[in-house]
Ligand binder design. Sequence first.
Ligand code: 1CP
Length: 318
Amino acid sequence: MRQAGRYLPEYREIRKTCPDFLSFCYNPEKAVAVTMQPISRFDMDAAVIFSDILVIPDAIGVEVCFVAGEGPKLQAIEDAGTLQKLSSEKLTPVYTIIRQVRELLSPEKAVIGFAGAPWTLACYMIDGEGGGEFPKTRDMAKSDPSRMAGIVAHLEEAITTHLIAQAGAGADVLQLFDSWAGLVPKEARDALVYEPAKRIIAAVKQKFPALPIIGFPRNLMDGYAAYVEKTGVDGLSLGTEVTLAEVAREISPDCVLQGNLDPILLASDAEAALKETTGILRAMQGRRFIFNLGHGILPHTTPAHVQKISEMIRQWQP
Ligand code: 1CP
């Protein structure tokens, strides 16, 4: 999830030396260092590459900047006409970072690469900022589906290229973040969520058949089962909007579930978070499962809480 490092003092130390967030993402030395921090500190099983979903807009010619305290600001686009083909040159540092992290990590640990899904990237590019409402994007989805389809198709190609390059650089697992999937009008889910994800996954698997791909269609609610069936994901990452147990009932046991401790609980109440974690582990007993937070870790989280939860999970016995 985004902003993983911000609760670690060693992350903030490096972050201070790079005022511009995107140049931080494109700096292999610094990005490799912060990618490795949670592994060194907690011995996590996987390293999520330090990057952002908004490197794709940046690499197709859309201006992106991160304003401190306000989040991302993008040059708002109106159609696919102004978009460029993905500049792999611009994203070369991302692949360098993956290569270096893969070399540093021991073989039993996984490198997780990622990209935003077309709809979620379109939200930022059409509205020009984050925040979670994305009125212009939702309006276009309803009032001008063919214009929206053009943008989504362009993004689909760029995302596919970026994911294949990450796999080529050594990523062991890929995650597709559709953080704003819940905002897609229901009748447009096939066109804007399921179909693009299906084609992206098929294209990656054509080159890397054994590479697992995790989807994160946040807030899709009654759409999780359809997402898994229609897209062919190997794993489904869930946010805090649902309980794992209820989703597990509708999803094939072949699909790995991932999630979903509430980051608010983790930051505020270590005891309650431990209890909740036990509940999650019990509910997922007998299933293939990856423990994770339901969303990005909050900057004010105490690292000791993370330590406690990690130890408890390692020692847990049904
Ligand atoms: O100030 C800082 O240090 C920048 C904070 C930050 C960080 C550390 C941003 C800005 N992005 C990231 C890194 C990031 N983003 C990772 C790498 C691992 C990690 O450090 O966590 C990942 C996987 C992401 C993914 C990401 N970025 C998503 C999808 C996951 C999710 O949270 O739903 C999204 C939606 C973004 C956009 C983004 N990047 C950053 C912010 C503040 C935002 C959200 C803005 C908004 O919508 O309001």
